[in-house]
Design a protein around this ligand. Structure first.
Ligand code: GUN
Ligand code: ZN
Length: 426
């Protein structure tokens, strides 16, 4: 049966980085879901008349958006989110690797996958691109839990054959064999898509990077996700480990791991050559603002990257990131933008958290927009969800002023409805 959802339906009509951001969207009074997809946008009266049999869900003044798309996170790190006092390499060794060791146990992997996806939905996130652990069981657990929730997700087995604890290393052959088997099992099954996942070049030998590059060439419609130039210490380590590489990106490029379907997390400390190559191939840089401040990585210059024409997504990077909320993530992106000299407009922040991230995942034909025919993955936000937010929103003169306090101060209390494939989950 069709469902008519009434609220303030915010549809982007242009990329708000390409022109005046306040003019990049328009508001409708309602939308119609049919067979799990968006069937129409329009006024409440018109859509009621056109769909007299539709079930009506009236959400008052709630803002209706595409569900948030988190373009880079680590579901196995949910249990160690907000761990104190370390920077990247120490943080990995102290907190992350011991926790990731536990994911060879399918029951634990299932529990953490379900917990993470339920937290994501509660925060209005309907799609995640997640790293798993080296254990194939951790990938099965994540895709199974996502399928049970109707969620379109991207995930892959993390590959590491050096510089990781014993028990968390694979090797060249097992990385390729396990990844290939998981691609065969999951890629394109329902809403699942596979990302070949070398963790980052310090934890892979050149031989493993080469083999994963060859695997990607054999499965070019898969995504590839990794980390790039997150912290200066890490960049220096990469230089030591790969003395012949021109720069950090070259450690991927030389092994067939640079492409349009590549997702490069963080990408903060880039050389001009790296920026040029990433833009030329149309690769996606993924901005992880709460992680970049929490682990002390640095300031990603969003405005400069967008002006260059880079493809950029937005992500929580939990558990390096300190929040499951894409609202909190937009707030952090705004604050980091201010430190880099640009106030990102609320339209730009919301676009990044939806269509921008969907484009990074090469999925904007299915998710991240309210285009008719898109899958009905939606979030409804109360823009007056706490007394502090409500008193500020009450003074707003337009929709952007009304929503900005929720971007800056909102959390899961603002999320009043979530749909995946047209089914209400929250
Ligand atoms: N670099 C390599 N692995 C990781 C990780 O798990 N989190 C973050 N933030 N950076 C990484
Ligand atoms: Zn990460």
């Amino acid at each position: 049966m069709a469902e008519l959802i009434c609220g303030q339906v915010l549809e982007f009509t242009a990329n708000p980085f390409d022109g005046p951001p306040q003019d990049a969207a328009r508001l409708h009074g309602a939308l119609v879901i049919e067979n799990g997809a968006i069937a129409a946008l329009g006024s409440k009266a018109d859509l009621r008349a056109a769909h007299p049999d539709a079930r009506v869900t009236d959400l008052g003044h709630a803002l209706i958006l595409p569900g948030f798309v988190d373009a880079h996170m680590h579901y196995p790190q949910t249990g160690i989110v907000a761990s104190w006092g370390k920077r990247l390499i120490d943080w990995l060794n102290t907190y992350t690797f011991p926790e990731e060791m536990r994911f060879g146990d399918p029951a634990y992997a299932r529990q953490q996958a379900e917990l993470t996806l339920d937290l994501a939905l509660a925060h209005g996130t309907t799609t995640l691109a997640s790293f798993c652990t080296i254990h194939p069981e951790s990938v099965d657990a994540f895709f199974e839990a996502a399928a049970a929730r109707g969620m379109a997700v991207v995930a892959g087995k993390t590959c590491m054959d050096r510089n990781a604890s014993a028990g968390l290393r694979d090797d060249v052959a097992s990385a390729v064999d396990h990844s290939a088997a998981l691609i065969a099992r999951w890629h394109g099954r329902g809403r699942a898509r596979y990302a070949i996942t070398p963790r980052f070049s310090p934890t892979s030998t050149p031989e493993q990077l080469d083999a994963l590059g060859a695997l990607w060439a054999a499965h070019p419609d898969c995504l590839m996700q990794t980390h790039l130039s997150e912290q200066p210490d890490e960049v220096a380590w990469v230089r030591e480990l790969f003395p012949d590489a021109r720069d950090y990106l070259d450690t991927y490029e030389a092994h067939g791991l640079l492409g349009a379907r590549g997702l490069y997390g963080h990408a903060i400390h880039l050389e001009p050559r790296e920026r040029d190559r990433l833009r030329e191939v149309g690769a996606a840089l993924v901005h992880c603002p709460t992680s970049n401040t929490f682990i002390g990585s640095g300031l990603f210059d969003m405005a400069a990257r967008m002006a260059e024409g880079q493809r950029v997504g937005l992500a929580t990077d939990t558990g390096g990131g300190s929040s499951f909320s894409m609202l909190r993530t937009m707030a952090a992106a705004y604050e980091i933008g201010q430190l880099s000299g640009t106030a990102l407009h609320p339209a730009q922040l919301l676009w990044l958290a939806t269509e921008g991230s969907a484009r990074a995942l090469h999925a904007a034909d299915q998710i991240g927009t309210l285009a008719v025919g898109s899958v009905a993955d939606l979030v409804a936000l109360d823009v007056s969800s706490t007394p502090a937010i409500a008193q500020r929103a009450a003074r707003a003169d337009d929709i952007w002023q009304a929503v900005f306090p929720t971007l800056m101060m909102g959390d899961d209390r603002a999320v009043v409805g979530v749909w995946t494939e047209g089914t209400r989950r929250i």
